[in-house]
Design a protein around this ligand. Structure first.
Ligand SMILES: Cc1cc2nc3c(=O)[nH]c(=O)nc-3n(C[C@H](O)[C@H](O)[C@H](O)COP(=O)(O)OP(=O)(O)OC[C@H]3O[C@@H](n4cnc5c(N)ncnc54)[C@H](O)[C@@H]3O)c2cc1C
Length: 290
């Protein structure tokens, strides 16, 4: 389907110009890689009278490290994140997810910030960034700035805490301790497809292999991508070779998340996936932490 008429297209070169454009055009649609929002526009699910395209805003791209903390520009594309070594090993789950998003065309255009702001139920980056406990910087057209923890950012399917006149300007991951690792894996009904379940794990150890902190996030489940807090608590004190202990934690995750069924798979099958993918990502996260 052809989109409804887009009467105004603005391509700012700086964040200041982009915010100015948002201020002057109430309800303008921010455009990153266009891989989600353009589909909605073409299907006439979303009408965009004015588009503010961030593609030329260089300051919103790239990954940098300062004092051990990692800052990711929201306009960093999946293709750029696949081999980004600054994320390893603590935040390597981002590499994993970027590798498995869709196909090459989508990875060449789609951005991490676009994925978080769209917050599609079955997307790869939301569970990863949730497990990594990121902080998001937002700037409003009036100049107001705020930082939001990712746990408060996702509100519901396709809903976030971002206001219409705000831009996501940075994703920050705290300086990790020496022994930290993460991993992501998904299962989908087709190669390069959206996840039926996507599991992200982050693990810190005491340097001798015992888990001191764990975060687990599950995507592809209603009503929103979320953490499995009970399972995280159960993982603390476990070692990578404690199969029974890790299985008990994942059982708790499946029960806590209690996924629904849909036209693709039954809820119980999603529980099996939480268990199976969970076992794999926890093992990889432990390995990377060591
Ligand atoms: C064929 C196909 C297959 C796909 N398969 C997968 C898959 O397997 N896994 C997966 O995770 N995703 C998949 N996707 C979605 C893809 O990952 C999108 O790229 C992503 O969801 C959105 O990123 P984008 O940069 O394209 O954002 P856009 O579509 O440009 O924007 C998405 C939303 O975010 C807002 N936005 C973007 N950047 C900012 C910002 N800096 N500040 C404020 N608001 C902003 C926009 O206004 C819009 O509401 C697929 C898409 C297609 C077309």
């Amino acid at each position: 389907m052809y989109p409804a008429i887009i009467s105004n297209y603005i391509a700012p070169k700086t964040v200041a110009e982009a915010l100015d454009a948002l201020g002057r055009n109430a309800g303008a649609t921010v455009f990153a890689g266009g891989q989600s929002v353009m589909q909605a526009i073409k299907a006439r699910l979303h009408q965009a009278e004015c588009i503010v395209d961030l593609k030329q805003v260089k300051e919103l791209r790239g990954v940098s490290v300062a004092g051990g903390a990692v800052a990711i520009g929201p306009m960093t594309r999946y293709v750029e994140l696949i081999d980004e070594t600054k994320l390893r090993p603590a935040y390597q789950a981002i590499n994993d997810a970027a590798t498995t998003v869709a196909d090459r065309q989508v990875r060449n255009r789609g951005t991490i910030g676009g994925s978080l702001c769209w917050n599609y139920l079955a997307a790869d980056m939301p569970p990863v960034v949730l497990a990594l406990d990121a902080e998001l910087d937002l700037q409003a057209s009036g100049g107001k700035r705020r930082t939001v923890r990712i746990t408060s950012f996702f509100k519901g399917a396709l809903e976030t805490d971002r206001a219409d006149n705000e831009l996501l300007t940075r994703i920050t991951l705290a300086a990790p301790p020496r022994h930290a690792g993460s991993a992501y894996k998904k299962w989908s009904t087709q190669t390069d497809g959206l996840p039926i379940v996507g599991m992200a794990a982050y693990v810190e150890t005491d340097g001798k292999g015992t888990c001191t902190k764990a975060r687990l996030a599950v995507g592809g489940v209603l009503p929103v991508t979320r953490r499995a807090g009970k399972a995280e608590a159960l993982l603390v004190g476990k070692r990578a070779n404690d199969g029974a202990g890790i299985a008990a934690a994942l059982q708790a995750a499946a029960e806590e998340i209690d996924p629904q069924g849909d036209r693709w798979v039954e809820g119980d099958y999603r529980k099996v996936l939480i268990h199976d993918l969970g076992r794999q990502v926890v093992a990889t996260a432990f390995e990377r932490a060591s």
